[in-house]
Design a protein around this ligand. Structure first.
Ligand code: 3HC
Ligand code: NAI
Length: 698
């Protein structure tokens, strides 16, 4: 018998158990093991029913993604599923944990399914740029109807056991998977229940066959936000085939779609992003076995834009928060915003109706840092001024319990300097969340000079616990994300001086797949912030200054680089801005030229990649993939382009280095000279992916 799949017989019931940690993915060994065990059980005259279950933390969580793109090894999953579905003896899938992708497809090829109450079932392939490739698009619509199937396949989110029972995806909720599965199989055998093969049951397709709008409406609702992505549309087509074609033809159509996506660039990038996210949680340079500190309660200083969002992220994960402000009025405002935010989400159906009250009950708003209590983690989100940060951290010495991890959410300030204002610099680090903090998944974990390894591990693991994607970075101005963004900001401003318009620049950036261009983003954040900071530092930025002098602070004043109609966030090009730019250029004696979209794209992206190369060389990020994680989860970099460093490799580093050198010359900008690391890799014909992990952040 196989190493990873075992067969036992309990009287007339055969129990097939997959045991391939960590997530029982369908590697060639698992596929082969299931095939052999099921075949033996079918051939064993004593066996009347079969249970397929898994050991460890979960039912099969999908195909083995590491095998994709490599030569296929037999047996194929389709062959295994065909053996199972055509078994003359009933097979019951007994599910716990997460039955995802190929895992759920295995279960769908069984005749019955049971699951534990906390199990999740889903077909998340679209999130990897794929569609279910082993019958999922054909069997799931037959199990639950096309509407829910579209939701699960095109949307990619799993459903819980209760919903699965209601929809007919499972037959029963059980206590333990193996025992519950076995008891259910005995019942099926004793009652001589028929072999239910989804392939032969079109009953739930009838309504959509008669009225196809049931299907097309469901697809339209889900693909609204899929701009640029191939997989959701291909997945929808495959579900459409379940409605329009006989089962075997539908399967064929699904297979073609799956293979096309798997061999395409988008899925490659999305699979890379999946592993990059997991890799980022592995901290290099920390002694093996370092355990994090226990975090049962969190204190957050400042209930402003960020403090409120961070508090919500913890409450969403069930972790109690003490939220501290300087005065009753600020506290009331902060608590009010969170309450409203939760209520709006509940009204949209995003969270259950009783969730706002439950989550707000976990957030205890108080005035005064002396009320910090026994928090195990303190996150400071007060004003972005070094003096204020130092004062707050100085006070933490007095009020925070010994051993508490002390984190700052600063966007730019030096964590080493902040740490010096306490007597416990080993507990100090950065936890840089992104706005809106309850939505954006990234948390840059900033490792300072003296940060203790166990403090770092604590921050990384708590970030994962609240469903964030952590990326460990070193101390520098703006850390990884904002430091790279600053390069893009510099170029976008320069482009206006050369003849491009804000709407032209933004259109190129959004066409590339970013959610917003730099000018629309500036309008959203507020142009007055930069203006004030420039004034403080005695710096000028003629066009941006002229906008602010004309009272154009962005969305909050209804005009900035764009104009906004009352109550609308839609950025509308404004002839007045064009006039203002023209006047400024005329005043400065600058001549306009036609700037091509290709040049805009190169000047938006390549300087960021150049900065990324410097960040790697300095060890601020340990791996190119960590930089990609920052951009994917903090700035909405299109997942189908993998992240800036991954994308750079696909463009070719030689080309990027050459173009940077060209722009450095043409625009008289030495900051665009290719960084030494980029130049070296380009000269050697190498990629960022070829770099070994080495870092100061490690
Ligand atoms: N293949 C290979 N490795 C996988 C994997 C998979 N499908 N799923 C998870 N892993 C690995 C992870 O890389 C990680 O490895 P590491 O410890 O070396 O970093 C380890 O398993 C544990 O994973 P997580 O850290 O993500 O563990 P969590 O407990 O947080 O999450 C999970 C578990 C919910 C199962 C999550 O890993 C997940 O969502 N996995 C992907 C599920 C998926 O997309 N399945 C569909 C695959 S495509 C498919 O099935 C095609 C089919 O239609 C033919
Ligand atoms: P904000 O101005 O909205 O909120 C700051 C809050 O801190 C105010 O409510 C203020 O009353 C309170 N506060 C000031 N001193 C305090 C003290 N000693 N104790 C308790 N509360 C105090 O500011 P915002 O935008 O939330 O920023 C907070 C921090 O987060 C800054 O360091 C900022 O750089 C950083 N940040 C901001 C992002 C953003 O997009 N707004 C993104 C990422 C980080």
């Amino acid at each position: 018998m196989s190493e990873v799949v075992k067969l036992e017989r309990h009287d007339n019931i055969a129990v097939v158990t997959v045991n391939s940690p960590p997530v029982n993915a369908l590697s060639a060994a698992v596929r082969g093991g299931i095939f052999d065990c099921i075949k033996s059980a079918i051939d064993d005259a004593q066996v009347q029913g079969i249970v397929l279950t898994c050991a460890g933390r979960t039912f099969i969580a999908g195909a083995d993604i590491t095998e994709f793109g490599k030569p296929p090894k037999p047996p194929g999953l389709a062959e295994v599923l065909s053996l199972m579905e055509s078994s003359p003896k009933p097979i019951v899938a007994a599910i716990h944990g997460t039955a995802l992708g190929g895992g759920l497809e295995v279960a769908l090829a069984c005749h019955y399914r049971v699951a534990t109450k906390d199990a999740k079932l889903g077909l998340p392939e679209v999130k990897l740029g794929l569609l279910p490739g082993a019958g999922g698009t054909q069997r799931l619509p037959r199990a639950v109807g096309p509407e829910l199937a579209v939701k699960m396949i095109v949307g990619g989110d799993p459903i819980g056991a209760d919903a699965a029972l209601k929809a007919g995806l499972i037959d029963e909720i059980v206590e333990g998977p193996a025992s519950g599965g076995e008891a259910f199989a005995r019942k099926v055998v004793a009652e001589k229940r028929p072999l239910r093969k989804l392939r032969d049951d079109d009953s739930k397709l009838a309504a959509a066959k008669a009225d196809r709008s049931i299907f097309t409406n469901a697809v339209a609702a889900l693909t609204k936000k899929s701009r640029g992505l191939e997989a959701p549309f291909a997945a929808a087509d495959a579900v459409g085939a379940a409605i329009d074609l006989p089962f075997d033809e539908g399967l064929k159509k699904e297979r073609e779609g799956f293979l096309k996506l798997m061999n395409g660039e988008q899925s490659k990038a999305q699979r890379y992003a999946f592993f990059a996210g997991r890799e980022a949680a592995k901290i290099s340079g920390v002694p093996e076995g370092t355990k994090g500190r226990n975090v049962a309660r969190v204190a957050i200083l400042g209930a402003g834009t960020m403090g409120g969002g961070i508090a919500m992220s913890f409450a969403n994960a069930g972790i109690p928060v003490t939220l501290i402000e300087t005065g009753e009025e600020q506290l009331k405002r902060g608590m009010g915003i969170m309450q409203k935010n939760y209520e709006a989400t509940a009204a949209r159906g995003g969270i259950p109706a009783d969730a706002p009250a439950k989550r707000m009950a976990l957030i205890n708003g108080v005035v005064g840092i002396e009320n910090i209590g026994d928090a195990d983690l303190v996150i400071e989100a007060v004003f972005e001024t070094m003096a204020v940060k130092k004062e707050v951290f100085g006070k933490l010495d007095q009020y925070a319990k010994p051993g508490a991890v002390l984190a700052s959410n600063t966007s730019y300030l030096n964590i080493d300097e902040i740490a010096q204002s306490t007597k416990r610099p080993q507990d100090v680090l950065g936890m840089h969340f992104f706005s809106p903090a309850n939505v954006m998944k990234l948390c840059e974990i900033v490792r300072a000079d003296k940060t203790a390894p166990d403090a770092l591990v604590t921050a990384v693991s708590i970030a994962r616990k609240i469903a964030k994607v952590p990326a460990v970075v070193g101390v520098c101005d703006g850390f990884v994300g904002n430091r790279m963004l600053a390069q893009r900001g510099k170029q976008s401003e320069k482009l206006l001086f050369e003849g491009a318009l804000p709407q032209q620049v933004d259109a190129v950036v959004t066409k590339f797949g970013m959610p917003m261009g730099p000018f629309a983003m500036g309008d959203l954040a507020g142009l007055d912030i930069g203006w004030r900071s420039r004034k403080d530092r005695g710096i000028k930025s003629e066009i941006a200054d002229a906008l602010c002098e004309a009272g154009r602070f962005g969305q909050k004043t209804g005009k900035g680089y764009y104009k906004y109609e009352q109550g609308s966030r839609a950025a509308l090009p404004d002839p007045e801005v064009e006039k203002l730019i023209d006047e400024t250029l005329a005043r400065l004696g600058r001549k306009k030229r036609v700037v091509s979209d290709d040049e805009i794209l190169e000047r938006m992206m390549y300087p960021m990649i150049n900065e990324g190369a410097k960040i790697l060389a300095e060890g601020i990020a340990a791996r190119p993939s960590d930089i990609d994680v920052v951009w994917l989860y903090g700035y909405g970099w299109p997942i189908y382009r993998g992240g800036p460093m991954f994308w750079a490799d696909t463009v070719g580093l030689k080309h990027i280095a050459d173009r940077l050198a060209f722009y450095a010359r043409e625009t008289n900008d030495p900051s665009l000279e290719p960084a030494p690391l980029l130049k070296k890799l380009a000269d050697e014909g190498k990629t960022f992916a070829s770099l070994a992990a080495a870092s100061k952040a490690a």
